[in-house]
Design a protein. Structure first.
Length: 261
């Protein structure tokens, strides 16, 4: 009886999940998004406020001016692809980390460690990549995926009639979904962010070669590119570089059109 109830519960969940797909403006694709845009953006604003409380903002005028120039041009290039209600806000954070991040509400930051090694074209690639996570609503997509995995796992686990079997299933299910769904989905998001973000950078008048050289710098900063990515949230540097090289002709044409205006 418990197994039948579990199967029926899974069956009736399918129409709900299928109806929760939304079209993403920046990619033109339909994506599973189970949370409202306002909820997603509120989470981003709250997270950013907490990060700023715990961080030291850079007073380096050169870094702040550079980020302001790059960010303002990228935001202008993004235009209507930004989700309704997006309020862009950005800072340089004083920390020797080669990284940057963006949150769903439109808040983003670059660390001084990255500012120190990136020229403006490379910085535009990085910021464009991060902003594309916002426009593609990758945060909401990942949270939605986790919700589906969690619900499906709980329903399936309830179909076993002993706690020992339930525990074995929970371990196998957790590992299987991590390697078979969560990590591949994250890597797919990162490649999509490289695609869309490099387009934003080109539209803003930044040389698309900057993305390719930045990947080399990121690989060097992390101790070298890994050839395997199946246990990582991010694709191998070589895979990201190869995609940017394949996109170079498209991005170069966009860039040349932008600087000719």
């Amino acid at each position: 009886m418990k197994k039948i109830a579990g199967v029926l519960a899974l069956f009736f969940c399918i129409p709900f999940f299928c109806s929760a797909f939304s079209k993403v403006e920046s990619t033109g694709k339909n994506a599973l998004i189970l949370m409202s845009l306002s909820e997603e953006q509120q989470l981003g604003r709250e997270s950013y406020a907490e990060i700023l409380r715990e961080s030291k903002l850079s007073t380096n005028k050169e870094y702040n001016d550079r980020l302001n120039n790059v960010a303002s041009r990228l935001i202008s290039a993004i235009g209507n692809e930004a989700p309704v209600g997006t309020v862009w806000e950005y800072h340089v954070i004083e920390e020797d980390v080669v990284n940057a991040f963006a949150l769903p509400g439109g808040q983003f930051a670059v660390y001084t460690g990255l500012m120190a090694i990136a020229n403006d074209d490379e910085l535009a690639y990085v910021v464009g990549h991060e902003l594309s996570h916002v426009t593609a609503r990758h945060g909401a997509q990942r949270m939605s995926q986790q919700a589906v995995i969690s619900v499906a796992g709980q329903l399936a686990q309830g179909m076993f009639n002993s706690s020992a079997k339930q525990q074995i299933f929970a371990v196998a299910y957790g590992l299987g979904t991590e390697l078979g769904a969560t990590l591949p989905f994250s890597r797919s998001n990162e490649l999509e962010a490289d695609d869309v973000g490099s387009r934003y950078a080109a539209q803003a008048g930044f040389n698309p070669a900057g993305g390719i050289t930045m990947i080399d710098k990121l690989a060097a900063a992390s101790g070298g590119s890994s050839s395997s990515d199946w246990l990582s949230t991010h694709p191998a540097d070589s895979k990201r570089k190869s995609q940017l090289q394949n996109l170079y002709a498209r991005n170069k044409a966009i860039y040349e059109k932008a600087i000719a205006k």
